[in-house]
Design a protein around this ligand. Structure first.
Ligand code: AVJ
Length: 324
């Protein structure tokens, strides 16, 4: 590792276990039963999500890439950022075109990825430092939903990228709180680059979240394998069916796991026994879809003006630039 790479830890050592226990207890004793979508992303879940992004049916990744490819230079010109902060950076794959554009523009000095996975940050940081001799990488292990930590300004504007429509996974109240926290952390000249999946034909949405290859089904059921491993639970993942549902009122896709038969599951560390009725569903993810007017109003309410709004050719996905 070079002296251009730093890794800061903002998660307590017991963060994972404490959060998991609380989320599982709250979610599995609620009616209807739910689990926060972040638990879908253990090592296997992250691999399966990567597989999903390569499916023809899962259009958001390619639609967002199309926008970023086409407008990376505009983003660099409009922001003049010297720091690119990326929330939920993962493998930093889609960041490269932004880094390239900001480098070509001549302003980029620092890349600050934020993720819950130290392994992902180390791998991405190492590769980027190797490939880009002029770049400092200041990575932070943090859960930006629990605590929003941005690097201090270092002379120039900061651009905070939150891509992939991960914003859609936050329920509306938490989404507002997140925008507020971000607004409070940003100063004049800083900007937010947000990826947002758009409302469209429900048939297209349902195919994206219930692909005929069964990859999304495996991704969904993997959360039960995770609970078996981490909480010594005794879920029989095969006895749950994957379901994707479009809620037309809330304009969101939901992923659910439906019990194929009545069953009882034990989670010994929580001293919890959970009954599922035949056909009962556990909601594992909500993925909100957005409209331009609604999202613009929501951002305005939290103190952001939308400076640019770009979509792919087929208007399936938007990338927007919002400023304080
Ligand atoms: C990248 C987390 C936003 O909601 O579309 C993909 C996750 N879930 N297929 C999404 C996901 C099912 C994805 N996010």
């Amino acid at each position: 590792m070079t002296d251009r790479f730093t890794l800061a830890h903002r998660l307590s050592p017991d963060h994972f276990t404490t959060r998991l226990h609380a989320d599982v207890r709250d979610g599995l004793t609620a009616a209807p039963k739910t689990l926060p979508p972040k638990w879908l992303y253990d090592t296997r879940g992250s691999e399966l999500f990567e597989d999903i992004t390569r499916l023809t049916e899962y259009y958001p990744t390619r639609a967002e890439d199309e926008v970023l490819d086409r407008h990376a230079a505009d983003i660099a010109r409009l922001t003049g950022a010297d720091t690119l902060v990326e929330l939920g950076s993962g493998s930093s794959a889609k960041t490269r075109r932004l880094l390239d554009a900001l480098t070509a523009h001549g302003t980029l000095r620092r890349y600050a990825p934020v993720d819950v996975s130290p392994a992902a940050l180390l791998a991405a940081g190492e590769a980027l430092c190797r490939d880009r001799p002029g770049l400092r990488v200041a990575a932070t292990v943090a859960d930006f939903e629990a605590e929003l930590v941005l690097p201090e300004p270092s002379g120039g504007p900061r651009l905070v990228a939150f891509l992939g429509s991960t914003i859609g996974n936050l329920p509306p109240a938490r989404r507002s709180a997140f925008f507020s926290a971000l607004r409070a952390a940003l100063g004049g000249g800083d900007a937010l680059l947000l990826g947002a999946d758009l409302v469209k034909d429900p048939a297209v949405l349902l195919r994206a979240y219930d692909d005929p290859h069964g990859v999304t089904a495996e991704f969904n059921r993997n959360v039960l394998h995770m609970l078996n491993r981490e909480l010594h639970a005794d879920f029989a993942p095969g006895s749950f069916a994957h379901r994707a549902v479009w809620d037309a009122e809330a304009e969101q896709i939901e992923m659910r796991l439906r019990a194929r038969t009545a069953q009882t599951v034990k989670l010994p560390p929580l001293d919890l026994s959970v009954d599922f009725a035949d056909g009962e569903e556990l909601r594992t993810e909500t993925s909100a879809k957005f409209r331009r007017a609604g999202l613009t109003a929501e951002l305005a309410h939290r103190g952001f003006g939308v400076r640019a709004w770009w979509t792919d050719e087929r208007e399936r996905f938007a990338v927007l630039l919002a400023v304080p």
